[in-house]
Ligand binder design. Structure first.
Ligand code: PRP
Length: 201
């Protein structure tokens, strides 16, 4: 049995469809509020978990494989194998600010973000002093209210930035969903996992 941690939400549903098309479907997976589904015949068991928790389940072996955004992997640096770029969940990690923003290098730059490690390593490689303000969502509000100068956040369509009068100042990196595996789980179940990978192609 391959245990798979799927991120709850749109990305997870898309990923599940990929597994289903590869022959690893599970009846009733979208019905009700149940969080664990299995198809014994196909040898697969799915768990719906919070997206940022996927690497925790995988790193600790509660799941053999899972799907997580590259943003979450860079932020938390779990000790896992990254098996494949699934080419979905594509977005960009950017620095954004109110239109007309000019950086005054005489002061530490106030940066609001959910991605503290990504922001810190980006600015330290640029030699820029920052004051990190860790938020958990709706990051775009921070510069509007004067809580921060800029934000470091994910942009997909750009709508949230636009509707909040923010513009991209710098691009940090491209992000996409990755298939990840527990290290010992991958070694024990390499035949099953590789068959799954092959069928997913
Ligand atoms: C994400 C991200 C941006 C938004 C970008 O937020 O943090 O706010 O999506 O998408 P867009 O470019 O298509 O508008 P999410 O919806 O995950 O909610 P959050 O504010 O709680 O982080």
């Amino acid at each position: 049995m391959i245990n798979v941690a799927l991120p709850k939400g749109r990305l997870g549903e898309k990923v599940y469809k990929m597994f289903e098309e590869a022959g690893y479907g599970c009846p009733d997976i979208f019905v009700g509020r149940k969080l664990v589904f299995e198809n014994e015949e196909a040898g697969v068991r799915y768990f719906w978990v919070k997206p940022s928790d996927v690497p925790i389940y995988v790193e600790r072996g509660a799941a053999d494989i899972g799907v997580a955004g590259k943003d979450i992997l860079l932020e938390h640096e779990p000790n896992i194998y990254e098996l494949r770029d699934l080419g979905i969940g594509k977005c960009r990690m950017v620095v954004a600010a109110p239109a007309g923003f000019e950086d005054d290098r005489g002061y530490p730059l106030r940066v609001a973000t959910k991605f503290v490690n990504i922001a810190q390593s980006f600015y330290s490689s640029n030699g820029r002093d920052i004051d990190i303000i860790k938020l958990n969502g709706s990051i775009e509000i921070a510069p509007i209210l004067g809580l921060s100068d800029v934000i470091v956040d994910l942009v997909e369509t750009g709508t949230t930035l636009k509707e909040n009068n923010l513009v991209i100042v710098e691009e940090i990196m491209d992000i996409s969903a990755r298939l990840i595996a527990n290290k010992s789980g991958y070694n024990f179940k390499s035949r099953e996992i590789n068959t799954l990978l092959e069928r997913m192609k």
